[in-house]
Design a protein around this ligand. Sequence first.
Ligand code: ZN
Length: 404
Amino acid sequence: MRKAIGVTVFLSILILVVGIAAAQTEQTNEYEVSIEPHRLSTRTDFWIYTEGTIELTLQWTGPRNLRLLLYGPGQEDAYLDVIETSPMTKSFAVTSEMLARGQGRWKWQFQVGNASSVVAQLNISVTYPKSLPVINYSRAEARHGDALPFLGQEAGILEYAAFPTQEFTLNWSVDLAMSGITLEWSCGAVSPELASGVTRDCPNPSTALTSGRGSRQETLGELGQVYTLIAKNKHGSSEARVIVVPQVWIGYNMAVCVGCSPCQDCGRTPEIERLAAILREIEGKLNDGCIRSNSELDRFGDPYLRDGLTADILNAMYYLVVYPDDDFLPDLGARTKCDVGVYGYTPGNKEYVMICLRKGADGLTLLHELEHYVDPNTTECRAPWVAQWCYGCPATIPCPTCSD
Ligand SMILES: [Zn+2]
């Protein structure tokens, strides 16, 4: 055969990845390939992380027969070496033993040989098991003392609370992440209030984690923190997020705010100071007897309202847990409250109160919620009659219209 001087490409391969399998558990790649006479195609790579079946389908014009070779990771010899006519379909079972032989390598390859004297034009399809990285866990744990209060869990997101400067450990365990694991920090879990027109400098640093299983020591800043773990392999990526929300002493005995944002040089009062001021304001009104002197409460025929309720609210305020917004409420179903026009919320288990401080809720709202919080027979009539009366019904705000 005459040598083709000056023609360095004996073999031209056009690879077109034209499709991805419909099912999440399978990946299909399709290729259009042309192979010169008496040549082997270059090897085509694909990656397999779990047991399953490889389906190879070849259809061609040109030669009568072609040779198909299939190589597994860590193997010199082909697992499959066949010569057949078009169309050729081959199934091959990938076993756990084969995966183990790869010793951490996951690359498979196929190759096609054209022993004839004519050019082969092929369509090749390969289907194989698809496996995204598996994040076994990604979580925060206290380094000293008590566990971090757990706020909630949504798809791929765990939320905790911690005091600023508190140290904690971020732990993760990831499998099948062959191209790396990245940890990203985004802006804090809560936003500081900024004066209008001031934009926030919000870098998004990240670091590559060198191990599929490990931990990092972290110290919480005053805005809390959001950590996103991103695990990648050749089939795609998986993500898990850990949010640590700051909890802060209100400055009212042992009262705590979960998710209060500070205010740095913004010309406004930090939420924590506003809550403390509201609690002092309520304390003053209650000590002045605004509930005890409210004869309108006699309509309920319950002496508790003008007797024990005042002391119960004052006591509760000293150990209160307050959320200034619904973003991080432990009760996931309540996280849209502030968006639907509600000003406050007290869950049935009385673990905390939330007032939509960022939507304009104030002492009136908090006292209303505190009535719900301590009164064992609370209703949507008792709470407004207590709170609105203390805040000036009917002189400055309307009295409730309910009577039972
Ligand atoms: Zn209410």
